[in-house]
Design a protein around this ligand. Structure first.
Ligand code: DX5
Ligand code: ZN
Length: 227
């Protein structure tokens, strides 16, 4: 029997207290987060504006797990070095963010970082075929990027299964981003997910004064995914 995949939870700090990132990150890590997911938005590629490399650099010392930077920006290439220098471990760029995703992924690897390829819900799995040897993570967007707290798009489950088949035995993780809750976690886990990004489902109900709720929320997602 093959060993069941170990599911990783990556809380998105998009749902954290923006006035208190350091403490929020330390709290979710103490409560069991595997990675910290950082959603960078430019108000151009997506209709929302969050933060840039300076914020990433400022929070880096508070992260002892993995800093997973999701770039929802276009153009992306000119900013890669800044995010690399800010301390990202993984830099994920969108297939849809420009005409030269192959070059972008090469550039991320040549900066010494792990590379991620994100696909919007409207983008088919097939576009990843010639890129799978140059990525460490494929990020399947299960909402349209731009905001936390949106509803999971069920049609993406097929795409997750297809990507898992396409990846085969390559060392590529499948990350799911958007609408992950204890209700949707079992579906994506069964379809082949390795990493679950969750914003609202991790941070809701908790605070840095009451971080145990973060732990309860993550355990609920993890248990549901394992079931
Ligand atoms: C959406 C972001 C997600 C988002 C997930 O554009 O990429 O990481 O924060 O938030 P929830 O888990 O609330 O859907
Ligand atoms: Zn994200």
């Amino acid at each position: 029997m093959t060993k069941p995949r170990e599911i990783k939870i990556a809380p998105s700090i998009l749902s954290a207290d923006f006035a208190n990132f350091g403490a929020e990150i330390r709290a979710v890590e103490a409560e069991g987060a595997d990675w910290v997911h950082v959603d960078v938005m430019d108000n151009h590629f997506v209709p929302n504006l969050t933060f840039g490399p300076q914020l990433c650099r400022a929070i880096r010392p508070h992260i002892s797990t993995v800093m997973d930077v999701h770039l929802m920006i276009a153009p992306v290439d000119a900013s890669l070095e800044a995010f690399a220098q800010a301390g990202a471990d993984i830099i994920t760029a969108h297939y849809e963010a420009g005409p030269h995703i192959h070059r972008t992924l090469q550039a991320i690897r040549s900066l010494g970082k792990k590379s991620g390829l994100a696909l919007n819900p409207g983008t088919p799995a097939a576009v990843a075929a010639d890129l799978l040897d140059m990525v460490d993570v494929v990020c399947v967007m299960t909402v349209n990027p731009g905001f936390g707290g949106q509803k999971f798009i069920h049609s993406q489950l097929d795409k997750i299964r297809t990507l898992r088949r396409m990846i085969g035995d390559r060392p590529v993780l499948v990350e799911i981003d958007g609408g992950v809750t204890a209700e949707t976690a079992p579906l994506v886990a069964a379809a082949g997910a390795d990493v679950l990004v969750a914003g609202s489902a991790v941070f809701s109900g908790g605070s840095v004064e009451n971080p145990r709720v973060y732990g309860q929320n993550m355990r609920a997602i993890r248990a549901a995914a394992a079931a």
